[in-house]
Each structure stands twice: as C-alpha cells, then as structure tokens.
Design a binder for this molecule. Structure first.
Ligand SMILES: *[C@@H]1O[C@H](CO)[C@@H](O)[C@H](O)[C@H]1NC(C)=O
Ligand SMILES: *[C@@H]1O[C@H](CO)[C@@H](O)[C@H](O)[C@H]1NC(C)=O
Ligand SMILES: *[C@@H]1O[C@H](CO)[C@@H](O)[C@H](O)[C@H]1NC(C)=O
Ligand SMILES: *[C@@H]1O[C@H](CO)[C@@H](O)[C@H](O)[C@H]1NC(C)=O
Length: 479
C-alpha cells in the first residue's frame, strides 16, 4: 500500500552523522555509540513538547530541549512491521519486501501465522555497524518475522531480549501459542506466563522495567569494554494491550496508556542519565521516535496524534508523522528545531514542502467500519477519509500542511495554487515510479503450523507445544 520513500530524514540523519564521525576519527574508542529508541504506536501528540496538555513527559521534553526536535519526521509506513523493516534496512517496504500483493493497498505485517519475514538479501543496520566493530543489541519488539532465519541474531544483532511478535494474548496454547520472549537466540518464557506477566485486568507488568535494566546493563558492559555499541531500544508498552509497572499505574491523567507513556519517559530519562554517569554521553547519538502514529481505533488504549488526521494504518498525517528527537551533547546544538521539508514520496500520498498530494485515499473498508472499527474517530472528512479505496491519480487531493495540518480542506482544483503544487509534485512521482524496483513480497503466505509452538530453547524450559500440520493459505489483510 504505502510505497513511501524511507523518510529522507531518518536515513540522512543516521548516515551523515554516523559516516562523518566514522570518517573523522580513527580507533574504535571514538566511534560514536548509537541508540535508537523506537516506541510502539506512540503518537506525535503524546509528548509534552508537542503540546500534550497533561505534560507527562518531562524527560522527553528535556531531551528535546537539549537536542533537536523534528516536528516533520515521517515513518516509512503507518504499521509496525513494515515501518521497522524500513528503519533497519533504510529501504521502502515495497523495496525490502515488507508488503503484500494479495490485495490492493492493504496493511500487511507479521502476526505469528506469517510464513515470511525479513529477506536474507536485505542488509540491516547492525550488519553494517558490525564491520566497524560495533556490538548490537535489540531490547524489545522485533517484528520482522519469527521463524529462526528471520530472528535478530541471524540478521546482524549480537544480543536480544524481547519478543518476535506483538504481545497479544493471553492465548490458550492449544489453538494459538502465547508469544515467546527470547534472550539472544533462545526463548526464555512466554507472555502472560511466569515471569512475563501482563495482568489483563489491571494492566500491571514489569516488562518495561526489565527492558530498562537490560539496556543499562548492555550499555555498562560495552562502555567498560570500550566497545562501540548500537542499542535498538524498542519497548512495546504503549501498544494495546497497554501496560505499566505498579509504580506508574494510576499516576497519569490518561489511564493506563498514559501510565505506559510515563514509564517510557522515565526510562528514557534514566538511560540518558546513565550515559552521562558513565561519561559516554558526548560520544553517543540517541534518536527517539515511534514506529507509526497512535492507534485511534484502540480508543482509551491509544494515544494522540495532535492536530493530525486519523492515525495508525492510514497514510494521513496521523498515521505517518512521528514524534522525533535527536540528542548528542556536544554534537547536536541544543534547542534547535529542524523543519527541513525533506522529500517523501509514495504511491498513496506524497509530501513536497508543505504540500501533500493524496493519489489514493482510504481509511478502512465499509465492512470493517460498520463493525465498529474506526481509524478516524470524530474526524470523518468527506471524500478524504473514504471507506472505499478511491483513486485520485488523475486529480490528486492536495493539502497545504502549513495552513491545514489536519488535512481537512483540499485545495480547489481550479486554483493556481493547486496547479503549481501539482506541477512540482508530478515529476517527482514519475521519477519515483520509474526507478522503483519492488522487492519480492514477503507477507503473502500464512500457515498455522509456523506459529510460535516450539521456538528454539523451548525444550530447556518445558514450553514446547505441538502445532497443527502445515496448511498454508494466502493471508487476508483486513485493513
Ligand atoms: C513486579 O515485580 C514486583 C517486585 O518484584 C512483584 O511484586 C510483582 O508481582 C511484579 N508484577 C507482575 C505483574 O509481575
Ligand atoms: C539490573 O537488575 C539486577 C537484578 O535486579 C540488578 O542487580 C542490577 O543492578 C540492575 N542493573 C542496573 C544497571 O540497574
Ligand atoms: C577496540 O575494540 C576491541 C574489540 O572490539 C577491543 O579489544 C579493543 O580494546 C578496543 N580498543 C580500544 C582502544 O579501546
Ligand atoms: C465528493 O465526491 C463526489 C464524487 O466525486 C462529489 O460529487 C461530491 O461533490 C464530493 N463532496 C464534497 C463535499 O466534496
């Protein structure tokens, strides 16, 4: 669906900052450490610094004050798996294979019945960094496929604590297994069981704290060994079912979702202080963002996309625009705001400067909408948040995001503003289409036999389950 070009910014940022430093300095002592903090379903409007009225993110707000805020930062896709695949490969989902051809413009991802995952032909960031002597760790959600060949340690990471899929559940382990948590290449438990409890009633869980501890231990070890590191910190507490530890439950003014945001904000603060305490803050580039916009259909379990239209799973601003902060004391000037209007083009919609053209519009199907799932609650805009996939390629809908960040007032087609905007956008779209080489789609086939029945290591902890016979089918993607 979303042939978005990986946000120029993310790539430019990582490559320019990292490459420059790699080029300038010689031994590994001076290679900058890299931490990417990727939140799950956290929205642009969830941070105090972006105007969240309850102001419950003091650490992120301080991080922004000490670093650089990106109000115009885009994800490559409004859904978790393709967004994460794009982040780690630097390539559009349509290029790296994280899409489906089973249906037009549907959101595909990696539930546990997915057969595919990240292609072995893709080069992930940790693999590149390894050549420079980095040690890489993922703490948190992976979501690039859960079969052994797709897991983090087979794709460039040296260490991992976290899960391959979303923490949906609990399941009965007969029709569907609970999602495993891995420590490196073996599972060490499952969600909702034993030590990875998420209390479905209260939302209490200690997992965010475990992830924080694991991250700090990793940073400490690398710092002591003078080894440059890449930490991909990807906690999932703000993805429904949302959770927080006891210390944070009930503390926010926004329910358990807000409690989860507070705990993550706290964790970010602790990690930044830890870098200072270890004396490596001047040599560590930290980038905070989210995989996609807040899930508005999750209602109270979802966040806020501020003034933007719709949310997760849509190509409106609410799905694509993410909170983003870069922090690197001594390297990134304090208190700067980047409004660099990088080029982002995609088949559904393209942004150029402050103009955004929608070539296709869609929120979700009538069938799903009528069953109560609404991607744009309270925000229906006639002919924009359509419930059938509407083709506007002959006459795209164009918005001026400066005047109309909420994408509510399409510019009149007969105006000169419309003509001028289209005239500058069209060549870019043509160029993109011409040079696009789609990757082989990895998200077409499903099979109950591939679910997390018996992940590596299950025998050691007595958690192997027996799955059904293989019976693959073409996955159906409802959104
Ligand atoms: C979280 O950890 C505390 C302290 O170890 C423990 O008392 C509590 O039961 C744990 N909560 C859950 C939901 O596992
Ligand atoms: C992580 O947790 C362990 C066990 O509770 C504790 O001993 C250790 O000090 C913690 N690490 C950090 C960096 O806080
Ligand atoms: C560079 O890294 C290697 C291991 O990757 C380590 O053995 C060596 O001590 C490091 N050099 C310095 C100057 O820290
Ligand atoms: C919506 O689109 C239809 C069909 O193109 C058109 O007839 C109608 O006037 C539009 N409505 C608005 C409010 O723009």
């Amino acid at each position: 669906m979303f042939n978005t070009k990986m946000s120029g910014l993310a790539l430019a940022l990582f490559t320019s900052l990292i490459c420059c430093s790699l080029a300038l300095k010689s031994p590994n002592e001076s290679l900058p450490n890299i931490i990417i903090m990727l939140m799950d379903d956290m929205g642009w409007g969830d941070l105090g610094v972006f105007g969240q009225p309850s102001k419950e993110t003091p650490n992120l707000d301080a991080m922004a004050a000490q670093g650089m805020l990106f109000p115009n930062f885009y994800t490559a896709n409004p859904l978790c798996s393709p967004s994460r695949a794009a982040l780690l490969t630097g390539r559009l989902p349509v290029r790296n294979g994280f899409y489906t051809t089973n249906a037009h413009a549907r959101n595909a991802y990696t539930p546990q019945e997915i057969v595919g995952g990240i292609s072995k032909d893709e080069i992930l960031l940790p693999k590149l960094l390894k050549e420079k002597g980095y040690t890489s760790k993922l703490v948190g959600k992976w979501h690039l496929g859960h079969r052994p060949e797709h897991l983090p340690l087979n794709n460039g990471f040296d260490e991992w604590l976290g899960s391959p899929n979303c923490h949906f559940g609990p399941y009965n382990n007969i029709g569907r297994p609970n999602i495993p948590i891995y420590f490196n290449s073996e599972m060490v438990g499952r969600y909702y069981e034993d030590e990875f409890v998420i209390d479905g009633k209260t939302g209490e869980s200690n997992i965010t704290m475990m992830y924080l501890n694991e991250s700090m231990e990793f940073i400490l070890r690398q710092s002591k060994a003078h080894r440059p590191f890449f930490l991909y910190y990807a906690p999932d507490a703000t993805h429904a079912p949302v959770y927080a530890s006891k210390k944070f439950l009930g503390k926010s003014q926004r329910g358990v979702y807000g409690d989860a945001v507070m705990e993550l904000d706290y964790s970010v603060g602790v990690i930044l202080s830890w870098l200072k305490q270890l004396g490596i803050d001047q040599n560590t580039f930290v980038f905070f963002t989210s995989d996609n916009g807040a899930a508005l259909y999750a209602a109270k379990e979802g966040g806020s996309n501020g003034p933007f239209l719709c949310g997760k799973e849509t190509t409106f601003e609410g799905g694509m625009r993410e909170p983003a902060i870069a922090w690197w004391p001594g390297q990134i000037e304090e208190g700067t705001v980047s409004i660099s209007s990088h080029l982002r083009n995609e088949l559904m919609a393209v942004r150029l400067g402050l103009y955004k053209a929608h070539y296709w519009t869609w929120s979700n199907s009538w069938q799903e909408f009528n069953s109560g799932i609404n991607f744009c609650p309270g925000q229906e805009v006639i002919n924009v948040t359509t419930h059938e996939q509407r083709d506007h390629t002959l006459q795209p809908l164009i918005f001026h995001l400066g005047k109309d960040p909420g994408e509510k007032y399409p510019i009149r087609v007969l105006s000169s503003e419309y003509r001028d905007a289209l005239k500058s956008i069209s060549p870019i779209v043509e160029q993109h289409q011409k040079t696009l080489v789609p990757g082989a789609p990895q998200l077409n086939m499903c099979d109950l036999a591939v679910m997390n029945w018996a992940p590596p290591g299950c025998d050691k902890i007595g958690k192997c389950l027996k799955g059904p016979q293989s019976a693959p089918w073409k996955c159906e993607w409802p959104h």
